[in-house]
Design a protein around this ligand. Sequence first.
Ligand SMILES: [Zn+2]
Length: 84
Amino acid sequence: MQSRALRRHHEERIKRRVKNYYGGLHRDDPRRVGQMAHARKLCSCWMCGNPRRYFNEPTLREQREAARRRRAASSAHGVPHAQP
Ligand SMILES: [Zn+2]
């Protein structure tokens, strides 16, 4: 568990950082700044949201992990493959 001082330091640091997100759109709205500090994506529409929910597809992160596993499996069996 990090100290209270460190937690506050990071909270302030992240808030300073996200104030400039979306062209500084929510810079003057402390509530929005706090929301962005905790969840960068304020929107869950079909373009921003989880693709499983809308298209029944894995997320980008899951696709990357699946590709990594495929590369690892093929190299374990001696099949040559391109390095990332
Ligand atoms: Zn959206």
